[in-house]
Design a protein around this ligand. Structure first.
Ligand code: PEP
Length: 258
């Protein structure tokens, strides 16, 4: 397993000016925390400028888009293709975030197409999976996540597995209305997801980073990071300001997370 992963998805927040100021600040902080690999998933319109800024600062910060289409080009008004994102020189594609699934008809099957397209074009794919509260209450979260993972990875060759990351983000834990997950739930579901990956890919399945996200903040980040098979944190609101993000980094370091 590589470095512990720490990253953020801005959703539809931050203008380009705000995003560049944030990126500039984060690239100044990152050298203080060499034990972590950082990434950000930003709105499309600022990716070119961010790429230039990150490169000009010779930063290790990985840059990703929040979505992608699965075709290289075609009659898909308003969509952005992996070829276009490749031209920017992005590192990462976030695929299947819960908001894409809930509001934009993204299904396990379109997620799979996007994963295959992203891998074909050389990206690392950050696949988001999650369960609804009702599924949690009915005790079927494990089945739901296993199904999402198996479909997302259908046809993914073992040789591409080093460019697959999976984030468990319970739908009920995400965003302003989110209820933070109990660390025991995270622990048990991450262990289960690891088992699914090992069933699919044998020993290689142990190398796929599993991230957790959903109302992660300074109070709970360490507890989540200490869970079995949590190899990174995918943070929304608490990482949208570099100072609160840095507080989390410091807390993780003090807890010995690497
Ligand atoms: C997210 O939307 O992916 C997320 C983790 O958000 P938050 O941390 O704000 O709940």
């Amino acid at each position: 397993m590589g470095k512990f992963l720490l990253g953020t998805n801005w959703k539809m927040n931050k203008t380009t000016a705000e995003g560049l100021a944030y990126t500039d600040g984060l690239t100044d902080i990152i050298p203080k925390f060499p034990e972590y690999q950082f990434f950000i998933c930003s709105p499309y319109v600022q990716l070119w400028k961010q790429r230039e800024l990150i490169d000009s600062k010779k930063s290790t910060l990985m840059l990703g888009a929040q979505n992608v289409h699965y075709e290289d080009c075609g009659q898909f008004t308003g969509e952005i293709s992996p070829v276009m994102l490749k031209e920017i020189g992005l590192d990462l594609l976030e695929i299947g975030h819960s908001e894409r699934r809930q509001y934009y008809n993204e299904t396990d099957y379109t997620v799979n197409k996007k994963v295959l397209a992203g891998l074909k074009h050389g990206f690392t794919t950050l696949i988001c999976v999650g369960d609804y509260m009702q599924e949690k209450e009915f005790g079927v979260s494990a089945e739901v996540l296993a199904k999402q993972i198996k479909i997302a990875l259908h046809g993914v060759d073992e040789k591409d597995l080093d460019r697959v990351w999976i984030a468990y983000e319970p739908y009920w834990a995400i965003g302003v209305q989110g209820i933070p997950a109990e660390p025991e739930v995270v622990d048990s579901l991450h262990t289960m997801m690891r088992g699914v990956l090992v069933d699919l890919y044998g020993e290689r399945g142990k190398d796929v980073p599993l991230l957790f996200g959903g109302s992660v903040n300074i109070k709970n980040a360490v507890a989540y990071a200490k869970c079995q098979d949590v190899n990174g944190l995918f943070i929304g609101r608490a990482a949208w300001h570099t100072d609160t993000f840095e507080e989390i980094m410091t807390a993780l370091r003090e807890a010995g997370i690497r």
